[in-house]
Design a protein around this ligand. Structure first.
Ligand code: HEM
Length: 244
């Protein structure tokens, strides 16, 4: 058997790699604490315990939000394979890649991609959409549930009886609260908690599918997908299709 010559190609810049691992840690933490919040009653968590869990969840959420926001900006100004044009499943380049991939599969000669392959672009696009939905709904819930920034003060002013009772408004307490305004606020937040709740399950499934796809693609193509998220480089025996 002849040894194939493998070449290292740089693909993921430092920002992408740092974003990826910070995001993994935040999402794991948010899922873990979110699961406890979801089952708080059954687990016998006290009201103070619930407020603490939600506060920690929100602090991790801030790190998650800032990291995600910076990655979204980086998608416009970052390196070739970090850009949205190379990630989201749209545009003429995407169509060309998809037809090359299908042609390669039919011919039994798989086409190598340095950035995400066309199927991975669908998956990663979905992941960014779900993460953004959790980030936006989470920030609204932080304000409407535990009166934390960026909307907490506005929400306090909304539900307080008057200006002098704003400081009395606290999570899980009726002190200083106008019952009618409070009910209106709870009605306003309903679609946000419903979205946050269902997106959590879809995200969980998407994360598991993402992990499975990485394992399958690595075993099939052997391009060093996992180590590429640490070193920034993938290995190929032939020049990848999406290499300029
Ligand atoms: C990957 C990201 C996230 C996941 C997987 C996640 C997951 C969850 C889950 C499962 C719950 C329990 C839902 C329920 O009680 O019905 C929850 C609640 C909550 N989340 Fe998140 N979350 C994420 C991001 C965020 C962010 C970025 C923030 C804010 C900065 C946030 C703020 C909240 C708040 C305040 C609650 C309590 C809402 C309530 O129980 O009324 N979350 N989250």
């Amino acid at each position: 058997m002849t040894e194939q010559q493998l070449t290292n190609y740089p693909v993921w810049d430092k920002t992408v790699r740092i974003f990826h691992w910070v995001n993994v840690l935040c999402v794991l933490g948010l899922i873990a604490i979110g699961t406890v919040i979801l089952n708080a009653k059954g687990l016998g968590v006290t009201t103070d315990g619930k407020i603490l869990l939600k506060t920690i969840h929100v602090y991790i959420g801030y790190v998650f939000f800032i990291n995600l926001s910076w990655r979204i900006v980086w998608g416009f100004i970052g390196s070739r394979y970090a850009r949205w044009s190379a990630i989201l499943p749209f545009g003429t380049e995407y169509k060309t890649q998809l037809s090359a991939m299908i042609k390669g599969m039919k011919a039994g000669k798989p086409v190598g991609f340095l950035g995400h392959n066309p199927i991975a672009r669908l998956m990663v696009g979905l992941l960014f959409l779900l993460l953004s939905m959790q980030a936006i709904t989470g920030l609204v819930l932080a304000g409407t549930d535990v009166y934390m920034p960026p909307f907490g003060n506005t929400i306090k002013e909304w539900v307080a009886i008057n200006q002098s009772s704003v400081d009395l408004v606290k999570p899980y307490s009726k002190e200083g609260i106008d019952e009618v305004a409070y009910k209106d606020m709870r009605d306003f937040r309903k679609p946000f908690i419903t979205t946050h709740y269902y997106t959590f399950f879809v995200l969980l499934a998407a994360v598991l599918l993402h992990l499975l796809a990485v394992v399958v693609a690595e075993l099939r193509d052997r391009n060093g997908l996992v180590s590429a998220m640490f070193t920034g480089k993938k290995v190929f025996s032939e020049k990848p299709f999406d290499m300029d």
